[in-house]
Write a protein that binds this ligand. Structure first.
Ligand code: ARG
Length: 459
């Protein structure tokens, strides 16, 4: 029987095109398990409230157990005629247990049902994602630990600026990801509220115990306005914004990996399993995975804009527009899940080339600021020091030598304040060691930061 659950008032069936256009089962069947979970909690509450009998509840429970089995084994037959996941499951339940199945929808609407499903689904997804962010952080921490003292050029404007350590650089991403995980955890608190009981929009005439349903489903509480509960998807938008930010962070790292792997930099190598070759150029090894992460960031940003746009013109309460929330949301979850997984593994496959990094530090006069700071400490005003060092860099450039490779007398021609103790100051190692405060790039600080993160993550 393919009659719609709502076809009673209609004179003609919808056309095949309309059927296909309005159906969501193709994608919302991914919420089947949480849909059943929500239905079981609703039924349990209805029985306690005296709306369902014990027998009816038991029939619903065993029918749903069978259905769950069918779904897990891939034998459940999804029907486009039944529009969405909710009606597919309800129809199957009724096929199995008869009238009790038809009573399940008492005091409920698909509007509060679907809002509940999305929240249950998203809550689970967030928990997985937070775990994956932590995994990636751990992988970055391992790399940072190995290279707590490995000198590399730090850049501004992509020009060599000052020496930093590779470990310090990796920890910058650990910090970003830490905030990402916090954002997910924070969004989760707002996801974790129960819409059920709101029914279509106004609440229900049945004596529902919403707090009890919330408890059964481990929600922190109920949505306190029925109109709001069935219609707003701000929690999904908020989640997608957090996901877009996470992708943005990974996109920045990806851009760096691509640059660093270019022979022009030659700072790193990425394990072969994350790269691909060219069908025409036999010598090529391309960093496809980071490039794709950068590309897929655009896709997630697009989902965020799609959801915001979906919401902005909707009057209260539920509108069918909201059915369009699922594909962007699901694809955001899928994209971020895969990206985080692959990234944690890929960072373990990064080989650092310290010699190339050290070479770049020298070519870029990365310790020029250290020389200026040195002169200031000897009493010269900073602006004068800046000028003296600029002249020294110009001179060194002409001689094709690094500042650390100039003779003491050569340096002294730019300022008589320069003495033998300058030698250490001008090396990259001296430069990083001198930035020995919280947040600084000194290897000891990098190690302290690693241990703070290890403690926070419990690893
Ligand atoms: N498939 C619908 C959705 O995703 C379920 C809710 C439908 N409610 C309605 N009144 N048509 O939003």
């Amino acid at each position: 029987d393919s009659r719609k659950a709502w076809s009673g008032r209609f004179n003609e069936p919808v056309s095949d095109l309309v059927k296909r256009y309005t159906a969501s089962v193709g994608f919302d069947k991914r919420m089947a398990e949480v849909d059943i979970q929500g239905s079981l909690a609703h039924a349990t509450m209805l029985q306690r409230a005296g709306v369902l009998t014990e027998d009816e509840l038991r029939a619903i429970q065993s029918g749903m157990a069978d259905i769950l089995d069918e779904i897990r084994h891939g034998t459940f037959e999804w029907s486009l005629d039944l529009e969405d996941v909710h009606m597919n499951i309800e129809r199957r339940l009724t096929q199995k247990i008869g009238d009790a199945g038809k009573r399940l929808h008492t005091g409920r609407s698909r509007n509060d049902q679907v809002a509940t499903d999305i929240r249950l689904y998203l809550r689970g997804a967030i928990d997985v994602l937070i775990g994956l962010v932590h995994e990636l952080q751990i992988s970055l921490l391992e790399l940072a630990e190995k290279h707590a003292a490995t000198v590399m050029p730090g850049f501004t404007h992509l020009q060599v600026a000052q020496p930093v350590t590779f470990g310090h650089h990796m920890l910058a991403y650990v910090e970003m990801l830490g905030r990402d995980a916090e954002r997910f955890a924070d969004a989760r608190r707002r996801v974790n509220r129960l819409p059920l009981g709101s029914a279509a929009l106004a609440g229900t005439t049945f004596p529902v115990d919403r707090a009890y349903t919330a408890e059964l489903l481990n929600f922190e509480g109920v949505c306190e306005n029925s109109l709001d509960a069935v219609s707003d998807r701000d929690f999904a938008i908020e989640f997608t914004a957090a996901a877009a930010l996470t992708m943005t962070h990974l996109s920045r790292l990806s851009e760096e990996l691509v640059l660093w792997m270019s022979p022009r930099f030659g700072f790193i190598d990425i394990a072969d399993r994350f790269c691909t070759g060219s069908s025409i150029m036999p010598q090529k090894k391309n960093p496809d995975v980071p490039e794709l992460v950068r590309g897929k960031t655009g896709r997630v940003n697009g989902h965020l804009v799609a959801l915001l746009t979906l919401m902005k013109g909707q009057p209260l309460a539920y509108n069918k527009d909201n059915q369009e929330d699922k594909e962007p949301l699901f694809d955001t979850v899928d994209t971020l899940t895969d990206t985080l997984r692959i990234y944690a593994d890929m960072m373990r496959g990064v080989t650092v080339k310290p010699d190339a990094m050290a070479q770049a530090v020298k070519q870029g006069y990365a310790t020029a600021t250290d020389l200026a700071d040195y002169l200031v400490k000897k009493g010269l005003p900073f602006r004068d020091a800046h000028e003296a060092v600029a002249l020294a860099v110009r001179y060194a450039e002409e001689k094709r030598r690094d500042l650390s490779e100039l003779q003491l007398v050569e340096l002294q021609s730019f300022s008589p304040l320069i003495e033998a103790d300058i030698a250490e100051v001008l090396t990259a190692e001296g430069s990083i060691a001198a930035r020995d405060h919280i947040g600084g790039t000194a290897p000891d600080q990098v190690r302290l930061q690693i241990s703070r993160w290890r403690q926070r993550l419990g690893v």
